[in-house]
Design a protein. Sequence first.
Length: 131
Amino acid sequence: NEKDYENALELFDEIIERLETKSAIDFKDPLEIEYEFKVYNQQCYIYYQQREYTKVIKLGEKALEMIQDDSIDKNRYFKILYGDVASDYRKILKKRLNLSTLHRLLEESFRRIGLVEKANEYLKRMKENES
């Protein structure tokens, strides 16, 4: 099982590396953003299972940063293809992502390393997302 996790992490790293080339020029389409988010989410799950909580936190926060409004707003793909309705597509994209799972993994990881206040912040976000 551990070998399967390692193989999956290697593949996920390759995927992220390829998508980062498009990130560098701010030109990822919505499906690529969603896919990259899901890859980070899967990596977080694996690292959580391996009890590597600092890696969960690092990757989880990177995934959340990637989908912040300002990150998406500077994406040239959204501007060129969606123009005035880019914000609508941004909202649709964010609804499609499973933020609750990532918030839960972050909440539990912060709690396990003793950062209760930060854990409670993600617990609050998770509950807001579910409602």
